[in-house]
Design a protein around this ligand. Structure first.
Ligand code: PLP
Length: 391
C-alpha cells in the first residue's frame, strides 16, 4: 500500500539531495570542526557554508545564526537567554496557542519564581494584540510568540508586533519552526531579536535546529561548555546534520514559490472538496492568514482518532486535534483556546502538505474520506441526536 503523507507539520521527508549532502560527513569528512589541522579545518569551512545558506534563507548574517539540537532547544535557549541576561526582570509574555516547547516552559517558569502571561486568541486563532500590549510592563523580560501555528497554520503578524514590542525595549523572540521554508522571511525587515527553527520541518534531518540572534541582543548561553558557536552553545557540532540543514535551507529558498502556489492550490482543492462533500464540517483557524500547506478541518460528531485509524488503513497519514494526556483524549490546547466547540474539536484533523504531494494523492483523499466520515457518523449516537434535533 502506498503511503500518502499529509503530516508535514509533524515532520517532513528528508530531501534526497539533503541525504546525499550529509553522507560524506559520516565517512570521509569525520573531522572535528574545532581541530587545528587541515582535516578538521575543511569540515569547519563546510559548517560555515551551511551557516551562510541558512542565513541567506532568513535574510540574516551568518554570525547571527547558531546551531542547536532542535527547535525545542532553540526556544528554550532564547527564553533563558533573555531571562538570564536581565536578572532583575521576572515577567514573560507568550500566547495560549504556543507549541509545548514554549507553553510548557512558560508554565514551568510561572511555578518557579517568574510570572507568565498567556495572551488569548479569538475564535479564528488570531492573537488579541490589545491584551498583549496592555500586559507589557517594565518587568517584562521577553515576549515569545510563534510565527505560525503548528495545528491550524494561522500566522501571527510578527512584523507589526516586532516593531511595537521593540519600541518598548523588550526582547522579542519568535518560534518560526513552522514558518521557515513555507513563507518568505526577511529578518532585515522583520526586527525580531531571536528566531527559532528546526531542520526536520523543512526537509532537513531531525535532531538539528538553529537560533537566530540579532547582533547586539542580550544573550547568555543555555548549554554552557566549550567555545563552539563562538561561545554561545557548548558541544561538538552535529556536523552531518548541520550540512543537511544548510542544504535544506538552500532547497527551501528555491521551493518557497512552489509552496505558495502549487502546494497551496492542492491544499485549497482538498479543503474545498471536503467541505463541500461532508456536511457539518468547518475550517479551524483564520482562512485568510494561514500557512499555504496546512488545513485543520473539524468534522462534527466523530472522533478524530477513529478518522485517523480508518484513513491509516488506506495509507493516509494526518494528525488529529487531540492530545493523549493521562489516557484521556482531551481536545488540543490550541483548539480549546480558540473556543472550538467540544463536538468539533474532537473530530478535528490536520492535513499538512509538502512539495512531495501530488494531485493524485489529493484526489484519493477526496474520494476516500467522505465515506469514512459517513460510516463513523452512522455509528455515532451524538450524530443521530444532533440530526433529530435539527430535523
Ligand atoms: N515549535 C513548533 C511550532 C513546532 O511545531 C515544533 C515541532 O513540532 C517545535 C517547536 C519543536 O521542534 P523540535 O521537534 O525540533 O524540537
Amino acid at each position: 500500500m502506498k503511503t500518502i503523507y499529509l503530516d508535514n507539520n509533524a515532520t517532513t521527508r528528508v530531501a534526497p539531495e539533503v541525504v546525499e549532502a550529509m553522507i560524506p560527513y559520516f565517512g570521509e569528512f569525520y573531522g572535528n570542526p574545532s581541530s587545528m589541522h587541515t582535516f578538521g579545518g575543511q569540515v569547519n569551512a563546510n559548517v560555515q557554508e551551511a551557516r551562510a545558506k541558512l542565513a541567506d534563507l532568513l535574510g540574516a548574517s551568518p554570525d547571527e545564526i547558531l546551531f542547536t539540537s532542535c527547535g525545542t532547544e532553540s526556544d528554550s535557549t532564547a527564553i533563558w537567554a533573555a531571562l538570564r541576561s536581565q536578572p532583575d526582570k521576572r515577567h514573560i509574555v507568550t500566547s495560549r496557542v504556543e507549541h509545548p516547547a514554549v507553553k510548557n516552559l512558560g508554565e514551568y517558569l510561572a511555578k518557579n519564581g517568574y510570572r507568565t502571561t498567556f495572551v488569548p486568541v479569538d475564535g479564528k486563532g488570531r492573537l488579541d494584540t490589545d491584551f498583549l500590549f496592555k500586559h507589557l510592563t517594565e518587568d517584562t523580560a521577553i515576549v515569545s510568540l510563534m510565527w505560525a501555528n503548528n495545528e491550524t497554520g494561522v500566522i501571527f503578524p510578527i512584523e507589526e508586533l516586532a516593531q511595537e514590542i521593540k519600541s518598548r525595549g523588550i526582547v522579542f523572540h519568535t518560534d518560526a519552526v513552522q514558518a521557515v521554508g513555507k513563507i518568505p522571511i526577511d529578518l532585515s525587515k522583520v526586527k525580531v531579536d531571536m528566531l527559532s527553527l528546526s531542520g526536520h520541518k523543512l526537509h532537513g534531518p531531525k535532531g538539528v535546529g538553529a537560533l537566530y540572534v540579532r547582533k547586539g541582543t542580550r544573550y547568555s548561553p543555555f548549554l554552557i561548555g566549550g567555545h563552539q558557536e563562538r561561545g554561545r552553545r557548548g558541544g561538538t557540532e552535529n556536523v552531518a546534520s548541520i550540512i543537511g540543514l544548510g542544504k535544506a535551507a538552500e532547497l527551501g529558498a528555491a521551493a518557497i514559490d512552489e509552496e505558495n502556489h502549487r502546494v497551496k492550490a492542492l491544499r485549497d482543492r482538498l479543503e474545498n472538496a471536503l467541505l463541500e462533500k461532508i456536511p457539518s464540517s468547518m475550517i479551524n483557524g483564520d482562512p485568510e492568514n494561514r500557512l499555504p500547506n496546512t488545513t485543520s478541518i473539524a468534522f462534527e460528531y466523530v472522533e478524530g482518532e477513529s478518522i485517523l485509524l480508518m484513513m491509516n488503513e488506506h495509507g493516509i497519514c494526518a494528525s488529529s486535534g487531540s492530545a493523549c494526556t493521562s489516557g484521556s483524549l482531551e481536545p488540543s490546547h490550541v483548539l480549546r483556546a480558540m473556543g472550538v466547540p467540544f463536538t468539533a474539536a474532537h473530530g478535528s484533523i490536520r492535513f499538512s502538505l509538502s512539495i512531495y504531494n501530488t494531485e493524485e494523492e489529493i484526489d484519493f483523499i477526496i474520494e476516500t474520506l467522505p465515506p469514512i466520515i459517513e460510516r463513523l457518523r452512522n455509528m455515532s449516537p451524538f450524530w443521530k441526536k444532533a440530526g433529530q434535533q435539527s430535523a
